[in-house]
Design a protein around this ligand. Structure first.
Ligand code: HEM
Length: 454
């Protein structure tokens, strides 16, 4: 490996090599549960199992013990043919994310294998000049960096229509459960992403769902090329229809080069709204379990009553807190494109780097409020690289929808909470003194009634 070109990273830490026993322990406590939950689409039963068995807490404890034993530098797991390095220091997380995509490539082998099942030319699976042009298309469409998208007011109308239906159904049944919320949420998402014509095109999202289940197995399952082609063709049709007011319409206008392949970018727009819903439902649970925050949210609604699409700063920070407490992208992955020198020691080229977000988000040895609800952490924006709180990642590969998603979610929750009063049906699962390491969104539900008049 001595002949590899080398670069260095500004980090004070030392690279260490884990013993075989510790390598197996990381695989058992960190890697396997993450894979079992489903990297691309969650396996519902396993999420419940993880909550009941405190699997995320165990993973955090395992990495804390390894940091105490080896120090905070990257810990190399000497796995034959595919060495892995787990990051244990906040400043290394920042340096690696800011050093992406060179020398820390986002399009890792594993990611390309998984995404290849349905979006092989997605920006997340791209590197080099293709990444640059595809990233540009995504940023233009989603207006990355802008807190409020220029379509906000138009989208607020769509959001209101769909959330009113969710609220109406919940009140008539007296309960809001995951399926009721998610069905309405996804009708809203299809309209936002593809346009009104896609509102009831659940066939498209079901097709994508099947391909995502295949994607969970990455290299271990054959690709279903026929279904993938049908999906991509249907998405291309929506791009060509380019409905004004939809993201597909925006993308069609911003698209300048064939290699940008809009139809390969759009599956991510649809499927990444799943975690958007999970975080939204968990935010509702947090607000119910923390009445002071619920009260502050209602004050924010009252103060912005006359605005169609207000910036809801406090509610947004609650949503970001839900994502910190239960990160929906638990692992951020990178691959070294060359040998990288640390203060002491190095990582070889083609080393797979694992950033396990729950470790940093719930590290009670360094973050006093690790297990409690503290929206104040988010006063400064969508990431806290100083604390390695990175629900949307950070740096040049940061989620291009990092403002768009909270904007949609806060407008949706505002509408829903304006129409219904929601009380968590399982308050014992959310003790404010110590919030659980995993929160199974699928089995949460709320008693729904007419809103209190303020
Ligand atoms: C709660 C919802 C979401 C969360 C927590 C989230 C988080 C993330 C994270 C952590 C990454 C990986 C970045 C990295 O590897 O450093 C990512 C990538 C990405 N996300 Fe999101 N995301 C969400 C929803 C969305 C939505 C709804 C869209 C599109 C409308 C979207 C578009 C993308 C794209 C295109 C990438 C790839 C960026 C690149 O490779 O340059 N995300 N997201």
């Amino acid at each position: 490996m001595g002949s590899q070109p080398a670069t260095s990273i500004a980090s004070p830490h030392k690279v260490c090599r884990a013993s075989l026993a510790d390598t197996l322990a990381v695989l058992k406590d960190v890697v396997l549960p993450t894979l079992a939950k489903g990297p691309l689409i969650r396996r519902r039963k396993f999420v419940g199992f993880a909550e009941r068995n405190h699997l995320d807490d165990k993973a955090v404890k395992r990495l804390q013990a390894l940091r105490a034993k080896y120090g905070p530098g990257p810990l190399v797991l000497p796995i034959p043919f595919r060495p892995q390095a787990v990051l244990l220091a906040r400043d290394d997380v920042t340096a690696v994310l800011e050093g992406s995509p060179e020398p820390f490539k986002a399009a890792t082998l594993e990611k390309r294998a998984a995404l290849g099942h349905f979006e092989p030319a997605a920006v997340l699976a791209s590197h080099g000049p293709e990444r640059t042009t595809r990233r540009r298309l995504n940023e233009q469409t989603l207006e990355t960096g802008c807190e409020m998208h220029s379509l906000a007011e138009q989208l607020a109308g769509v959001i209101a229509e769909e959330m009113d239906l969710v609220a109406g159904q919940a009140k008539s049944q007296g309960v809001l459960d995951w399926d009721g919320f998610f069905t309405g949420w996804f009708r809203m998402v299809r309209r936002i992403v593809l346009g009104d014509a896609a509102r009831d095109d659940s066939e498209l999202t079901d097709m994508l769902q099947d391909l995502r289940y295949r994607g969970n197995y990455a290299f271990l399952r054959r690709k279903d090329h026929a279904s993938r082609d049908v999906l991509l063709q249907r998405l291309q049709d929506y791009v060509e229809r380019a409905q004004p007011g939809s993201l597909a319409g925006r993308m069609a206008a911003a698209w300048t080069h064939p290699s940008q392949k809009p139809n390969h970018q759009l599956p991510q727009y649809l499927f990444a709204f799943d975690p958007g819903a999970m975080a939204g439902f968990r935010t509702l649970a947090l607000l119910s379990a923390h009445p002071d925050a619920g009260h502050k949210v209602r004050e924010e609604f009252a103060a912005t009553r006359n605005e169609i699409a207000p910036r809801l700063a406090f509610l947004k920070s609650c949503y970001l807190e839900a994502l910190r407490l239960w990160p929906t992208t638990p692992v951020i992955l990178r691959e070294t494109t060359q040998r990288v020198q640390w203060a002491e020691g190095h990582l070889d080229g083609a080393t797979h780097i694992i950033i396990f977000a729950p470790f940093f988000h719930r590290d009670d040895e360094t973050l006093p409020q690790a297990h409690s609800f503290d929206p104040g952490l988010w006063a400064g924006g969508i990431s806290r690289p100083d604390l390695a709180l990175v629900p949307f990642s950070h740096g040049p590969v940061v989620c291009p929808a990092a403002h768009f998603v909270p904007m949609v979610a806060t407008l949706a929750l505002r509408r829903l909470l304006g129409q219904t009063s929601l009380r968590l049906a399982q308050p014992e699962r959310l003790s404010p003194r110590r919030l659980p390491g995993t929160l199974d969104n699928y089995t949460l539900s709320f008693f729904a009634s007419e809103p209190q008049q303020s």
